[in-house]
Design a binder for this molecule. Structure first.
Ligand code: ADP
Ligand code: MG
Length: 453
């Protein structure tokens, strides 16, 4: 077991300057690891705290991946003399050096780097713009606004910018959020403020988190601001503060700024202040190149003829291409057949004939149950408690809206409910969506999840 610790430490060592490694990492001793617990020894309390803040999260993450379990950490720190408790005098220069090192910012997806992004005719400009911004953040193109359809690589480029900036400026704070996270963080802070108006509010923390702290702000799927007036207002102020301080902002969106419905004009115009770059649908050549690249990453043998067959059959977007590749490899490992043209054609026939983007009542139920963290069984069943009844009504509403199924048919999927029950549920949610901004945002979120599947 104890080797596990050594391995996890080594996995982060390469990202740490040798001086820091000797000063901060090596002196931490692992005394014992057992089921779910680790005992460590640090030379002093100050050292322990530095280690906890700067290295421990990455090491633990790595360790948990290796061991498939989580660990509670205990420290042993020798009684210390007052001398060693004074950090500045004790460790001087190297403290500042360590302060400059941060683990990869939370929220950045490690798969989405520039190295893994395949450049083709339709995303070339977006890619170049992203590279430019990453190499000279905050200077010229602020904000960078990346827009395009679903599954075309916007999120990938957004995160790639984050990784590249982190590589060049490891001490910068990179804040990466989806717009949905921004909005829900804002709503939570605001509700807290209403409940406890006098306390130092979450609202102040929220503001400093977005306005003061970031050196870079990356926001994914900004279209989510549509029709959310107070969130827009808040974002407007964050945007201005960062822009004024010449901090780089990068936004992704499924539309052009001017086409964003329900977004104030002053925001639309700010979104267009910098550089707007479209990410288009990949052409055939790029689709083939992406497939080959993914296969290489997954160490999967993929012949040119097979890649061409997939790229010809699947045109919609890169996410679907990835899905097809995954299906192919899964089915080949189940059936033991090798991935040749004949096998690919069979699998593709199934994939392409499957109803494209079809919503089923089941898929809606699953999405709603996951979102509210309730059991599918309860969602479909007769329970009347509010925590289940409300999600059930939302699921019925979405089923009606997205599948167009008849009321009795929908009722049938919810344990044989009467059609009048379904009608009144759908009516109720329709009314609430019009009146209640929070509920509206829940419903839009669910819809957008479903559409992206
Ligand atoms: P979007 O945010 O535009 O909906 P994503 O960035 O999530 O799309 O991309 C969907 C998937 O396709 C991701 O797994 C991403 O890595 C992959 N992808 C998209 N474009 C490319 C590309 N040009 N090269 C390699 N992978 C890509
Ligand atoms: Mg995305």
């Amino acid at each position: 077991m104890i080797e596990l610790w050594g391995e996890a430490v080594r996995s982060i060592e390469e990202r740490v300057k040798p001086a820091n490694r000797d000063q901060w990492l090596r002196p931490i001793e692992c005394l014992a690891i057992s089921e779910g617990r680790i005992r460590l020894r640090a030379p002093n309390r100050y050292h322990k705290e530095w280690f906890e803040d700067n290295f421990l999260p990455s090491i633990l993450e790595n360790l948990q991946m290796r061991a498939h379990t989580s660990f509670a950490v205990e420290f042993e720190v020798p009684e210390e003399s007052p001398m060693t408790a004074k950090p500045q005098e004790a460790v001087g220069e190297s403290v500042r050096e360590v302060a400059a090192w941060r683990p990869t910012p939370a929220g950045l997806d490690s798969r989405y780097t520039f190295e893994k992004f395949v450049v083709g005719a339709r995303n070339q400009f977006g890619h170049a713009a992203a590279r430019m911004v990453a190499s000279a953040p905050g200077s010229k193109y602020n904000p960078l606004f990346l827009y395009g359809g679903v599954g075309l690589g916007k999120t990938h480029l957004l995160h790639a910018i984050g990784h590249e900036i982190h590589r060049q400026h490891p001490d910068w704070r990179i804040t990466v959020v989806t717009c949905e996270q921004f909005v829900s963080h804002f709503i939570r802070s605001m509700m807290n403020q209403r409940r406890q108006p006098s306390s130092i509010s979450l609202m102040e923390e929220f503001r400093s988190y977005y306005r003061e702290k970031p050196d870079i702000l990356l926001v994914d799927d900004i279209q989510f601001l549509s029709n959310k007036d107070s969130s827009q207002d808040e974002f407007f102020h964050s945007f201005n503060a960062l822009h004024l301080a010449q901090k780089q902002i990068v936004l992704t969106c499924d539309k052009l700024p001017a086409e964003l419905p329900g977004v104030e004009e002053r925001l639309q115009s700010r979104f267009a202040w910098g550089l707007i770059a479209e990410i288009g649908h990949p052409d055939l050549e790029t689709r083939v190149a992406i497939l080959k690249r993914k296969a290489e990453i997954e160490q999967m043998a993929l012949g040119d003829d097979v890649a061409l067959a997939i790229a010809t059959a699947i045109r919609s977007n890169v996410r679907e291409l990835e899905g097809a590749l995954l299906q192919l490899s899964a089915r080949s490992s189940i059936t033991g057949r090798s991935i040749d043209k004949e096998f690919a054609d069979e699998v593709l026939k199934d994939l392409v004939s499957a109803t494209p983007q079809g919503f089923s009542i089941e898929s809606i139920q699953r999405e709603v149950a996951t979102y509210f963290d309730i059991k599918l069984h309860d969602l479909r069943g007769p329970k009347r408690i509010q925590s289940v009844a409300r999600p059930r009504m939302i699921a019925m509403y979405l089923a009606r809206k997205l599948t167009g199924s008849s009321f009795p048919e929908i009722g049938g999927h919810f344990g044989g409910k009467d059609h009048s029950t379904v009608i009144s549920a759908v009516k109720k949610i329709e009314r609430l969506v019009a009146e209640d901004a929070n509920l509206r945002s829940v419903v839009t979120t669910l819809e957008s999840h479903l559409r992206q599947r």
